[in-house]
Ligand binder design. Structure first.
Ligand code: AP5
Ligand code: MG
Ligand code: ZN
Length: 215
């Protein structure tokens, strides 16, 4: 299964990708997670990316296409993959098309998660992530342990630097301007599957799995 999860900031791409990863045994490829790892490692690419990420702007197409191209050629992507947060611009989608031709792995589906703006803001402001293992939580919708720590590894939970209100607003705008046009792009290719992302996490998961099985 080779799929893209499309959707605005906070739509649940990461949450759903992690669950699909377990269900189908294929890796989640999150450009956001890879960029945050580069920021933590203070690599030259990470230092460059951090400025854009903190402002809620997109990192250059060249950088993200480079990291995805390399990642897709790794052994664990042989059986498929879940792209989370990539592509985000038309040039990225065009570049991905060429990479997938080169490795002979055509896409099966582009799943677009639809969530109201008010709900997105509530999801992003309440999100917490484990510093140690990266597991995501939500203070209200997917709460951590009673001790306020990660339920998997006991790690400390932190808020993402770009989850402050001002940056959230810019990320939404950038999404509408640069990423939303990808819906028409993939609809034209007969790949788009629109999913109601307003339901509970488990119900959204069930809708995605059903859509993928119907395909
Ligand atoms: P990225 O990390 O991709 O962030 P994003 O697209 O803004 O999306 P999020 O990760 O914030 O949301 P999500 O949809 O994964 O939601 P989640 O599942 O966590 O990118 C960050 C930055 O990196 C970008 O701004 C850019 O600078 C750069 N970047 C990354 N990729 C790039 C690219 N391709 N090109 C250029 N630049 C790039 O859920 C959110 C919260 O809601 C969680 O707390 C969760 O528990 C909760 N939740 C999830 N589902 C539900 C539900 N159904 N009901 C209730 N709560 C829910
Ligand atoms: Mg995410
Ligand atoms: Zn953890």
């Amino acid at each position: 299964m080779k799929i893209i999860l499309l959707g605005p900031p906070g739509a649940g791409k990461g949450t759903q990708a992690t669950m699909l990863e377990d269900k189908f045994g294929i890796p989640q490829i999150s450009t956001g997670d890879m960029l945050r790892a580069a920021v933590r490692a203070q690599s030259p690419m990470g230092v460059k990316a951090k400025e854009c990420m903190d402002a809620g702007e997109l990192v250059s197409d060249e950088i993200v296409v480079g990291i995805v191209r390399e990642r897709l050629q790794q052994e664990d992507c042989q059986g498929g993959f879940i792209l989370d947060g990539f592509p985000r611009t038309i040039p990225q989608a065009d570049a991905l098309k060429q990479v997938l031709i080169d490795i002979a792995k055509p896409l099966d589906s582009v799943v677009s998660l639809q969530v109201d703006t008010d709900a997105l803001v509530e999801r992003l402001t309440g999100r917490r992530t484990c510093r140690q293992c990266g597991k995501g939580f939500h203070l209200k919708f997917d709460p951590p342990g009673a001790d306020g720590r990660c339920t998997v590894c006991g790690g400390e939970l932190v808020q993402r630097d770009d989850d402050c209100e001002e940056t959230i607003r810019n990320r939404m705008q950038v999404y509408h301007q640069q990423t939303a046009p990808l819906e028409d792009y993939y609809r034209a290719e007969g790949l788009l599957q629109v999913i109601d992302g307003m339901a509970d996490i488990a119900d959204v998961q069930a809708s995605i799995v059903k859509a993928l099985q119907d395909k």
